[in-house]
Ligand binder design. Structure first.
Ligand code: UD1
Ligand code: UDP
Length: 366
């Protein structure tokens, strides 16, 4: 059983689901908790995936407890029904859907496989609540699919040495094999301009941090006349309120609805750089060779920082302004190499996960 509920989980689990569905050794049950509605539907359409169950837990402005209780409550009957009780539950990453689904499976003594295991920022509250979700999921899981050696080392440090750990690469690179296309044409990118993708949504950035980043963006747009900022706004009302209050929208600051994953990957590939607090976009940009200013104080994607493609700049107005200015002026040519790094894999993570799952499943279940 593959469980997901939010946009990034759907994007990164889609290639795993497609690989499992093609494989006769498995019967795959797909569960969407519905933590996100429209933003997950956009993804499922692109990959042609129809969930067997949609738990429809989303409510406007939901709290962490509402998500957790909603998943625990509505997943349990699916886990216990004779028709759908699985041999293993696969969850992804660090969302509250992933944590609550892992807990629900554990309570039913069903083995858990964790895709994108072992990422750590080292700070319980950054990202919040994702860092704690990941730690708890890794404690609940029996099989860990770690994207990188660094992630594996994190798991070993925390005492998971006796468990199944497979280093697989990140499935987001597999997802991009379905989406990135040479023929793509966009109405948001402007020829001859410096196109920059901006996204922000993290809970710890709500309020002042977001406002100060948006102030920096306003100054940059005023100072650099060839700058075109594209901001697909998350559907969370809090994020949209702050963006509308602080960002000065114009033909060079485009506040648009969330992109479908096809537009997103193709726009990102063609941008000069990105400014984001997203986890997934950090990995995608590294693979595509697009420099990123990471609008956070910590990152669990240390490999990307080491490669020089990711720069951790925080959210203070002046630091964001200075870092972007450097990219827009002399350092820009050096930074945009156009060459992606295979740090997060080469598009074969899903197949490795399927093989690892098969090898370990019978032993774990017995
Ligand atoms: C969630 C995850 C976060 C992940 C992010 C990806 C948790 C606690 N947070 O945060 O780890 O980085 O997804 O985007 O698991 N909404 C809609 N339609 C949608 C999606 C969201 O209207 O399709 C609105 C709803 O009012 C919802 C709110 O956004 O209550 C917040 O959604 P929620 O999943 O709680 O938080 P995210 O910030 O999206
Ligand atoms: N994404 C998308 N449309 C958007 C913004 C992001 O398809 O408007 C994709 C992005 O390419 C990446 C994933 O969503 O694959 C990341 O999701 P998000 O930033 O919401 O969450 P995070 O990765 O931070 O958990």
């Amino acid at each position: 059983m593959v469980v997901f509920g939010t946009r990034p989980e759907a994007i990164k689990m889609a290639p795993v689901i497609l690989a499992l569905q093609k494989d006769d050794r498995f019967r795959t049950i797909v569960v969407n908790t519905g933590q996100h509605q429209q933003m997950v539907d956009q993804v499922l359409e692109v990959f042609g995936i129809t969930p067997d169950f949609n738990l429809r837990i989303m409510v406007e402005g939901q709290t962490l407890n509402q998500i957790t209780c909603g998943v625990l409550d509505r997943l349990d009957p699916v886990l216990t029904s004779a028709r759908s009780r699985p041999d293993v539950v696969l969850v992804h990453g660090d969302t509250t859907t992933a944590f609550a689904a892992a807990l629900a499976a554990f309570y039913q003594k069903i083995p858990v496989g964790h895709v994108e295991a072992g990422l750590r920022s080292g700070d319980k509250f950054s990202p919040y609540p994702e860092e704690m979700n990941r730690i708890l999921i890794d404690d609940l899981a029996n099989i860990h699919f770690a994207p990188t050696e660094l992630n594996r080392a994190n798991l070993l440090k925390e005492g998971h040495a006796g468990e199944y750990i497979f280093v697989t690469g990140n499935t987001v690179v597999d997802a991009m094999k379905y989406t990135v296309a040479d023929s793509y044409k966009s109405r948001w990118l402007k020829d001859g301009m410096c196109n920059v993708l901006l996204t922000m949504h993290r809970r710890e950035n709500w309020g002042r941090p977001m406002a100060s980043v948006f102030r920096a963006v306003n100054r940059l747009v005023a100072d650099f006349k060839d700058l075109n900022v594209i901001f697909p706004m998350h559907l969370n009302a809090k994020v949209r309120e702050i963006a509308r209050e602080y960002l000065v929208a114009s033909d060079r600051v485009q506040l648009v609805e969330p992109f479908g994953v096809f537009d997103m990957h193709n726009v990102l590939e063609r941008c000069s750089f990105a400014m984001t607090d997203s986890g997934g976009i950090q990995e995608e940009a590294v693979s595509l060779g697009v420099p990123v200013l990471v609008l956070r104080d910590t990152t669990e994607r240390g490999e990307g920082v080491e490669s020089g493609i990711l720069q951790l700049v925080g959210t203070a107005e002046q630091s964001v302004y200075d870092a972007a200015k450097r990219l827009l002026t002399d350092a820009f040519l050096d930074a945009r190499t156009g060459k992606g790094a295979e740090i997060y894999g080469n598009g074969k993570a899903s197949q490795r996960i399927v093989e690892g799952l098969y090898d370990s499943l019978l032993k774990v279940a017995s």
